[in-house]
Design a protein. Structure first.
Length: 157
């Protein structure tokens, strides 16, 4: 019998339980870091228990599809990209018409310019800390670019 994780007919290997749990743990960690939320606060946002959040964050349990959908609805579909990447995809909002892209794009470009300044901590090389500090701006820019792409693709269709 062939191994379903190495099926040559599929463009990528099928996700394993371990890779799914790793993706969910990354999602939870990034939400908690970006929004300064404890397990209890995130659990309240998602209407689940703090133990469920802690178990998912620690890769000890899975989240059900309804909870993953709540995460995307509450924090934006882009936050689910680590999960979607397991099957070679990214998440882009369907409704993207009302986004003003300029503030988030210019903010992220500014942070990038500051990080690559010779006077910055790493000089022209971006340090890990600088990259982590600009993560919220990069995510906002990603959402703005996704919005513009969706609008352009609608026009082209």
């Amino acid at each position: 019998m062939t191994d379903p994780h190495n099926n040559v007919l599929l463009p990528i290997p099928l996700p394993t339980q371990s890779s799914l749990r790793n993706a969910v743990a990354r999602i939870i960690g990034s939400i908690q870091r970006d929004h300064d939320l404890t397990d209890e606060e995130l659990a309240d946002e998602l209407h689940i228990s703090a133990g469920t959040v802690a178990n998912a964050r620690n890769k000890k349990a899975d989240l059900n599809a309804a909870t993953i959908a709540k995460i995307g609805h509450r924090f934006g579909v882009e936050v689910l990209d680590p999960y979607a990447a397991l099957y070679g995809a990214r998440n882009v909002p369907i409704e993207a018409s009302g986004v003003d892209a300029l503030p988030s794009l210019s903010g992220s470009v500014h942070r990038l310019a500051v990080a690559q300044s010779p006077a910055s901590d790493g000089g022209v090389q971006i340090t890990h800390n600088e990259l982590l500090e600009m993560l919220p701006e990069l995510r906002a820019a990603q959402a703005a670019i996704n919005s513009l792409l969706v609008r352009a693709e609608r026009i082209a269709a």
